[in-house]
Design a protein around this ligand. Structure first.
Ligand SMILES: Cc1cc2nc3c(=O)[nH]c(=O)nc-3n(C[C@H](O)[C@H](O)[C@H](O)COP(=O)(O)OP(=O)(O)OC[C@H]3O[C@@H](n4cnc5c(N)ncnc54)[C@H](O)[C@@H]3O)c2cc1C
Length: 362
């Protein structure tokens, strides 16, 4: 059977890219080994336009957010189900110093409608610990990632476009027309394997840093906030007095096992945000595909033009993937070049180091 593209991996990256390629009229076959603990299935689904402690606007937020809004709205219309909830994030200042850092930055140009309000004193929200006030961030919200993946998976299965199995590298042949995998042929193959790209002989030279994250689901009966809270962790309301509390970051020995240490850290952080009584109803862990320079990894293999990679979404897959999928789909169609910030060729020297001792064959 012949396809335009084979996409390996159906997490956030692979699902959004394969949908985008199908929308452009391409024939796409997806191969994905279902893993309940993939980063996408564990993710809290948050979209936050303000990055980190330095209060910088997220990289390319002005481009990424409209693309994300449009993409998730399109899927909602397609499946008749709400997937993305627009909700402000109340970023609680943890100290006077942090408040001052924001005040110094708040005059900068370009915040547009991202900031809904600044509070330098307690806001008086019941049971919320915000002695130094905080910042109300707009254009934010959260995506039901697992639900979105489930809907897209069902659609692919119904159309016979998904092989729910592990992709076996030994079965891949590179041909003059593209690739052959078992009985399937395609012009091009895109790897969207998340952190597992570190095992891919064609792309393992890329500087992916597997980063473990843990998230709790908690129930807090009398807590019904209108916003997402953030102070060291995020508290994301997901309905029915349930909240996702996440996430931790651990580079040391990334595995997908929830740990007692992670549970304790998240529970403590939750208590620092609110005095609401809560019970823990679930605890999950996954591994993010983080990158040294915190920019995604997108592009065609330097030596094998039939192969490419769409990866490295780090902790911002929900924000970045819709725009980048459109961007990369256009590049694969020869309509544009992949932008320099995300091109894998920025790490070409690592590729040359990688192939040197192996005499060019990966
Ligand atoms: C605890 C936690 C919380 C997070 N919270 C957020 C958040 O709030 N907002 C946000 O934007 N991001 C968040 N992230 C990050 C987000 O999850 C990632 O950016 C994103 O999920 C990466 O998607 P991916 O498709 O690249 O990788 P993955 O989700 O890992 O998907 C890769 C897929 O490829 C499949 N695969 C790999 N190798 C093979 C193979 N050989 N054969 C077949 N299939 C294969 C895997 O089974 C998997 O289904 C969080 C991550 C964690 C761990």
């Amino acid at each position: 059977m012949k396809y335009d593209f084979i996409v390996v991996g159906h997490g956030l990256a692979g699902a959004i890219l394969s949908y985008t390629l199908r929308k452009r009229g391409h024939q796409v076959l997806v191969i994905d080994e279902p893993r309940p603990s993939s980063a996408s299935r564990v993710a809290a689904g948050l979209l936050n336009p303000v990055a980190g402690k330095r209060f910088a606007k997220s990289w390319m937020a002005d481009e990424f957010i409209p693309a994300a809004d449009a993409f998730y709205a399109e899927l909602e219309a397609r499946f008749g189900q709400e997937l993305f909830t627009h909700k402000p994030i109340y970023k609680i200042f943890s100290s006077i110093e942090e408040q001052n850092t924001w005040m110094a930055r708040s005059g900068n140009e370009g915040w547009n409608d991202f900031i809904l309000g600044t509070y330098t004193q307690r806001t008086g929200q019941p049971d919320i610990h915000d002695p130094y006030g905080g910042l109300m961030i707009g254009r934010a919200g959260n995506l039901l990632v697992e639900t979105m993946l489930h809907l897209l998976t069902e659609e692919l299965l119904a159309q016979g476009l998904l092989l729910p199995e592990r992709f076996e590298m030994d079965e891949l042949q590179l041909t003059s027309q593209g690739v052959k995998y078992k009985e399937y042929e395609a012009r091009h193959l895109v790897f969207c394997e998340g952190f597992q790209v570190i095992h891919n002989p064609y792309f393992r030279w890329l500087p992916v840093q597997p980063t473990k994250g843990e998230v709790l689901e908690v129930q807090a009966q009398n807590f019904n906030p209108e916003c997402i809270y953030n102070k060291a962790v995020y508290v994301v309301p997901i309905g029915g007095s349930r909240f996702l509390v996440g996430a931790t970051y651990d580079w040391r020995e990334p595995d997908e096992q929830p740990s007692a240490e992670g549970r304790q850290e998240l529970a403590t952080r939750f208590s620092q945000i609110t005095s609401q009584h809560f019970s823990i109803t679930n605890h999950r862990a996954g591994i993010r595909p983080a990158v040294r320079d915190r920019k995604p990894l997108v592009g065609v293999h330097p030596q094998y033009p039939q192969l490419s990679v769409f990866n490295g979404m780090g902790s911002k897959g929900v924000l970045m993937a819709p725009y980048l999928a459109q961007h990369f789909a256009a590049a694969l169609a020869g309509e544009a070049e992949v932008m320099p910030d995300i091109r894998i060729s920025r790490y070409l020297s690592l590729y040359y180091d990688y192939i040197k001792p192996q005499n060019t064959q990966p």
